[in-house]
Structure formats: structure tokens, C-alpha cells
Design a protein around this ligand. Structure first.
Ligand SMILES: *Cc1c(COP(=O)(O)O)cnc(C)c1O
Length: 409
């Protein structure tokens, strides 16, 4: 069959669903009023940002929540609020996205990058040994692409070695470990509401914690001026009295417009998780059957949100992987490759973060990422789409094997 006669997939991998009509109406109302700033309120009026903070904290089951400009910004505030200082070392899984590295760099800290295992989790043995040797007191854990490590084992290490856990839940809003929401394990946690995450305001983020002091510092750092009492989910006045003059204003507030469209999405999230997981399971089932593809199993304790899927292809060389990706792309299936030595689009491997000195060689992580393929699952896809996508991937993998044999023999 030549390329022309093969079926193609014609939906976009970057197209999210529209904002619900109710949110559009609410946003238009705010635009008409001109009152977009979160503190631009009448006496006693509670704005959308404050409402959103209370609603998210209730939904998440956490005492305090701060809405701000992005997930990356929230990460940076989280590190500052727990007291990370210039030159401090922060343990972090090496498989993550660039904003994590950026947040560490932004506070002048140094990453201690930890290996990952076959299931895309932080490698707990490597974590333990690096925590001991570095004596680092912080772990910034990304639940990368929604893969949640055994949190009981991880917490045991944190308690034993007195490590403060920061959770990056950019891909786990709504996910759970053993019935407990991702984000409720660490001292402080961070979520993103950027377009490709689980709720969409273009840009945006949350910081959550049960710690009064961390919450108060984060609110002041976010640029609350002395207007913090207008927030939705904050600690007592006394907590602010202690920190309000010693915390600078790092301007990064969320505005009413974004908050208004997030507020209508939050009540729909549980239903969307069901939809994501239906698509994920369809892809998982069909791709697992394909010879030359491996997908890690997920344990029962992990309740994930299948907003993307990762799998490894049995293709030996980078050139052949590139050819396979290009042939899928020609048929409309856009896959990302974490093994690429060159950072592309949103994807960069840890060894391209040249702004850090002494980037370690993590052979296990490199070997796992070498043939790891990543695919976004937008809710604009349906189950039929998933079948077509899997067929295309299977066919192109098969034909790549044939071509490669020709090369070899
Ligand atoms: C998206 C993302 C972030 C940062 O979120 P932004 O809102 O885009 O700044 C942080 N960590 C991970 C793992 C992400 O995927």
C-alpha cells in the first residue's frame, strides 16, 4: 500500500474542548464590567478568584489554596515558602518537564536528579542513596505524566530522612493513591491549569497546603499587597501578622477572567476523568497487544487520570525511531519522543538543561526514555479515534521493522 491509500487520522492532538457556555457567559460579564483584577471588588464582594480558591480547596480536601499565574510560578513560590535558600540541594526525579528545572533554578537551588524506573516512577533506591549522600532536605516530586509511585514507600523515606516533600501535580489533578488525592501527601503541592492539563484557563496554577505559615507566606509572595484578607482559603490573621512584612511581593496573581472559566470546569472534572480513562483504556488495550510495544502496568492502588499515554517501542536505533515517528505523523498521528537528544516542542530531556552545572549521567533513565513514546489524549477524541490511532501505530511499527530488516540483511 502506498501512503495515499492508507487511512489517515485527521483530528488535532492539541485541540481541547471548548470552555462550557456557562463559563463563556461569566467571562463576558467580567469583560463588560472591566473588573478583571482579583482585588478590584466592592466592599464585601467576593471575587471569582477567591471563590475558585475555596472551591478548589474543598474539592481537593485541603485547608489552604492560592491561585496564581501558572503552575511553574506556583512551584517557585512553593520552594520559597518552605524556605529553600540559594545553594540548597533539591532532590527531583529526572523525568519531568522543563518548568520544574526552571523553578529550581529560579530560587538559586541545585537539583539532585534521581533515576526513574521501568514504570516511569522515581527510583526509590536511587532516591534513598542520593538523599543520604547529599543530605538534601527537599524532594520535588513530579507525578510525571500521571504515573504515581508507591506513596507509602516514598513517605517512609521522607520521614526517615526528614525530607520535606513538594508534589508537582500538573498531571495528577483528580488522581489518587490508595484513595487519597494526589497532592495531599506533601507539605505543599502545586497544580497547573494550563491548556493541556486537566482544567484549562490558558495559563494558571494552584498552590495547596495545610500548613498555616507556608500558606500565609505564599499568599504574600504572590503579590497580595495587604489585601490578603479577601482570599478564599487562607489561614488566620495571626499567621499573616508574622510574615507580612518579611515576605516580598513577587507579583503573580490570577485574574478574575481565568478564575471564572475555571470555576465552571471544576464541577465537571470527575466526569471528564471518567471520559479520559475510557479513552486511555481503549488505547492501552489495543497498544498492549501490538508486538514490539510495552506499556507499564498500573497497580490497583493507583487511580490515574489518563490524559496521556506512554509506551516503549522495540526499535533499536534513534534514526529508526525518528523514521517511525515521521511516518505516523504523515498519517496524522502526532507522537512525542522523550528519548530525543534534541529538545523539541514541549519535550526536553534532563540532559539538555545546560543552565545547571554537573548534569549527571543517569544511565537507567536514559535507557528507559530512549524508546519512550508519549501521546496526548484530548477529550475531543472518541473511542473510534483511539482504534484508528492504534491501527496506524501498529502498521507503521510493522513496516518500520520490515524496512529495518532490509537495512540489516
Ligand atoms: C505543565 C507542567 C508544569 C508547569 O505548569 P505551567 O502552568 O505550564 O507553568 C510543571 N510540571 C509539570 C510536570 C508540567 O507538566
Amino acid at each position: 500500500m502506498d501512503d495515499m491509500s492508507k487511512p489517515k487520522f485527521d483530528k488535532s492532538f492539541t485541540n481541547q474542548e471548548p470552555i462550557p457556555e456557562e463559563g463563556i457567559q461569566r467571562a463576558v460579564g467580567i469583560l463588560k464590567s472591566g473588573k478583571l483584577h482579583r482585588y478590584n471588588l466592592d466592599e464585601k464582594e467576593i471575587g471569582d478568584v477567591s471563590h475558585l480558591e475555596s472551591e478548589f480547596s474543598r474539592w481537593q480536601g485541603v485547608d489552604f489554596c492560592l491561585a496564581c499565574t501558572s503552575g511553574g510560578y506556583a512551584l517557585q513560590l512553593a520552594l520559597r515558602a518552605i524556605g529553600v535558600k540559594q545553594g540548597d540541594q533539591i532532590l527531583a526525579n529526572a523525568y519531568t518537564l522543563a518548568p520544574v528545572a526552571g523553578a529550581i533554578h529560579n530560587v538559586g537551588a541545585l537539583p539532585i536528579l534521581v533515576e526513574i524506573d521501568q514504570n516511569y516512577h522515581i527510583d526509590l533506591e536511587d532516591l534513598y542513596s542520593k538523599a543520604v549522600s547529599s543530605r538534601s532536605k527537599f524532594l520535588l516530586l513530579s507525578h510525571m505524566r500521571g504515573h504515581i509511585v508507591d506513596m507509602n514507600k516514598l513517605l517512609k523515606i521522607c520521614v526517615e530522612l526528614d525530607i520535606c516533600l513538594i508534589e508537582d501535580c500538573a498531571h495528577t489533578m483528580g488522581a489518587k493513591w490508595d484513595g487519597k488525592r494526589s497532592g495531599n501527601f506533601g507539605k505543599v503541592s502545586v497544580f497547573s491549569t494550563q491548556t493541556y492539563k486537566h482544567i484549562n484557563s490558558g495559563e494558571g496554577g494552584f498552590l495547596t497546603t495545610n500548613d498555616e505559615e507556608i500558606a500565609a507566606i505564599a499568599v504574600i509572595l504572590s503579590g497580595s499587597y495587604m489585601l490578603y484578607e479577601r482570599h478564599g482559603a487562607i489561614p488566620s490573621k495571626e499567621s499573616f501578622d508574622k510574615v507580612r512584612l518579611s515576605s516580598p511581593n513577587y507579583s503573580g496573581r490570577m485574574d478574575q477572567l481565568r478564575a471564572s472559566i475555571l470555576r465552571v470546569q471544576l464541577p465537571r472534572l470527575e466526569e471528564n476523568i471518567v471520559r479520559w480513562n475510557r479513552l486511555y483504556q481503549k488505547l492501552f488495550k489495543n497498544l498492549s497487544k501490538v508486538e514490539g510495544i510495552t506499556i507499564p502496568d498500573r497497580v490497583d492502588k493507583e487511580f490515574y487520570v489518563g490524559s496521556s499515554i506512554q509506551f516503549r517501542v522495540n526499535i533499536p536505533s534513534p534514526e529508526e525511531i525518528e523514521r517511525f515517528l515521521n511516518s505516523c505523523a504523515r498519517r496524522g498521528v502526532q507522537l512525542k519522543w522523550f528519548g530525543d537528544t534534541q529538545p523539541k516542542g514541549y519535550t526536553s530531556r534532563y540532559d539538555s538543561w545546560k543552565f545547571f552545572n554537573d548534569i549527571p549521567h543517569l544511565s537507567q533513565t536514559l535507557e528507559i526514555l530512549r524508546n519512550t513514546i508519549d501521546m496526548r489524549i484530548p477529550l475531543t477524541f472518541n473511542e473510534q479515534d483511539c482504534i484508528l490511532i492504534c491501527n496506524i501505530i501498529e502498521e507503521e511499527l510493522e513496516s518500520s521493522e520490515k524496512t529495518n530488516q532490509v537495512v540489516y540483511y
